[in-house]
Design a protein around this ligand. Sequence first.
Ligand code: IPM
Ligand code: MG
Length: 356
Amino acid sequence: MSIDRKILLLPGDGIGPEVILEAERVLECLNSKYSLGISIEKALLGGVAYEESGDPLPQETLEKADWSDAILLGAVGGPRWDDLPSEKKPEKGLLRIRAEYDFFANLRPAILSKYLVSASTIKKELVSDLDLLIVRELTGGIYFGEPRGFIEKNKAINTMVYDEEEIIRIGKVGFEAALKRNKKLCSVDKSNVLEVSMLWREVITELAKDYEEVQLSHMLVDNAAMQLVREPKQFDVIVTGNLFGDILSDISAMLTGSIGMLPSASLNESGKGLYEPVHGSAPDIAGKDLANPIAAILSVAMMMRYTFDLEDIAQEIESAVDSVLSEGHRTSDLESEGKLLSTKEMGNEILTKLEL
Ligand code: IPM
Ligand code: MG
């Protein structure tokens, strides 16, 4: 029986298409090397989709997303679309696809390659061997809470809301991840001010009774932001809500020197996933063959691990990236003493390793 692994590529805006092209080459290479039965489709999301159809998440894209087992997204957004009403903004397409498939569990690892220790703006000894995971709730909280919107021209409202069930399901993802790692979970909230955080803390504390092996701590989000730059290695897994996770994951990404390195996975209960680099669309360097494709390529590794349960292949991709970095190859977002590689050249180097 031939296996069928269906992948939808959504290159999106800015540098998205350039980095997704390199990730696609990686997928094709592994597909022929191991006969993975991968079939690939492409569709529009974000600003490009709005230009084409007037909708940042067109029906055709949703149909292909229904067909797929996993989605690989480049990036969305750019200054061109800043003045659109919020329903038409490229970012809205991304938020809708997250909600449509209930991709509530967003995993954002921040791992510092030993070859990039000097790329971090933080002192070497504080970040060397850094390996932390942010588990961000992705389909609730203030991003989706009602009421929302402009009440008047100069007055607007958003609502941060979580119910017990939403907190339990993301909490479980945090505890389970901690069990597989160093068994430390830090839950981040703002329970000294927000009722929604008081509930969050109560529910997570209760859930901890099912995970006796995991050492649970709680931290207020302002302190967590500070601790992430003060002593990042105190953390193993962080679990938090949508907005706090958005902010903290940018901080943790930068600890590793470049946001161009970090992948992410957004999963639902059935294992279907949306995989994307943590970086944005970087309009300033779009179309110049300068972007770092590593985050997109490592997102393919996460896809192999979480949706397709192909741990060996995930590790093969991660080792290929590591070995290219060990040889000193760098794109322009990373500091380097040698010649800087273009997007395509970095893709070539990684492919050369995978083709071995
Ligand atoms: C992210 C991004 C998105 C978010 C934007 C583009 C909507 O910042 O994935 O972190 O805020 O979730
Ligand atoms: Mg963000």
